[in-house]
Ligand binder design. Structure first.
Ligand code: ZN
Length: 302
């Protein structure tokens, strides 16, 4: 077993914390006894990952249906509302740090490029990378500057980035430390990194245990605010700021859900979504009621 990706502790092989067996292929989740980091072991290798992110991951074919990707192309207006709120919030956060125009934006794990497109629309010079040939082909056909690459080896776009986002991506990575170090390398000092993932210390995740819906075949690394902040610091980031459940308000979320509604009755989902958003704001120290989390971090060295 490899040493812990967060704290480097040598982990002696032990029975897994959980065996997740609700998918076609069961998998094991282990926990570092020293820092609490959760990870899948054994994890799929690069070849297996390329198979996971082939076309059927995105198009909900039979076998993978229960963990397929939520295709934002089916709800463009809804995703646009969330993406606009996200970029606008990030631009506000860096407006005193960077005066130049345009700001360079990179979405790591950009999939079909919806966030890249929105960042362009809001005046950024926006780029993206993804390991999926299927989604990168699509994004390029849409005219976006999106390249097929892994976050551990980001190609040279010709400039450093002021804003980088990783939205529900870091949990997919076998070596998040290598990825964050590489992201720090391509960023301007003072630049803003936005990371969204589940907070495994949240009460929602703790209470659900092995039934927590975030345990998915493509999710290899599971963080808490503590483990993610530590890793960010060690990879060259500072001034971490955590948002529960995310860095923008309720309205964009309601708009996003509305995009999937088929009839008026579906609006009955709104109170539930609003309730989740509201109780997610309840947190104290490392205690949080739900497991939604976004961290803002600044590239050190300004
Ligand atoms: Zn550890």
């Amino acid at each position: 077993m490899p040493p812990c990706n967060i704290c480097g502790t040598e982990i002696t092989p032990a029975p897994p914390l959980y065996t997740i067996d609700r998918f076609m292929q069961p998998f094991d989740i282990h926990q570092c006894p020293s820092c609490g980091f959760l990870f899948m072991y054994p994890a799929p290798d690069a070849g297996e990952l390329a198979i996971i992110y082939s076309e059927d991951y995105y198009t909900a074919s039979a076998g993978k249906k229960r963990y397929t990707y939520l295709d934002e192309r089916k709800n463009p207006a809804g995703h646009r509302a969330v993406n606009t709120a996200r970029i606008a919030r990030a631009l506000r956060a860096v407006k005193k740090t960077f005066l130049e125009i345009p700001l360079n934006f990179l979405d790591v794990g950009c999939s079909f490029g919806a966030l890249v497109q929105e960042a362009n629309a809001l005046g950024c010079r926006a780029c993206g990378i993804d390991i999926s040939a299927y989604t990168v082909d699509y994004a390029q056909q849409e005219g976006l500057d999106v390249r097929r690459a892994s976050p551990e080896a980001i190609p040279d776009f010709g400039f450093a980035f002021h804003i980088v986002s990783m939205i529900e991506v870091i949990e997919h990575l076998p070596d998040p430390r290598a990825a964050l170090a590489e992201i720090a390398r391509v960023m301007c000092p003072g630049g803003l990194l936005i990371v969204q993932t589940a907070n495994m210390d949240g009460r929602q995740a703790r209470k659900a245990g092995s039934a927590y819906h975030y345990f998915l075949p493509g999710h290899l690394s599971y963080f808490s605010r503590k483990t993610l902040s530590r890793l960010l610091r060690e990879c060259g980031f500072e001034k971490m700021q955590t948002f529960y459940p995310c860095e923008f308000g309720l309205l964009p979320k309601l708009k996003k859900s509305r995009g999937n509604f088929k009839s008026l009755r579906d609006y009955r989902a709104w109170p539930r979504i609003a309730w989740y958003h509201l109780i997610s704001k309840i947190h104290r120290g490392d205690f949080a009621l739900t497991s939604g989390m976004v961290i803002y971090a600044r590239r050190a060295g300004l």
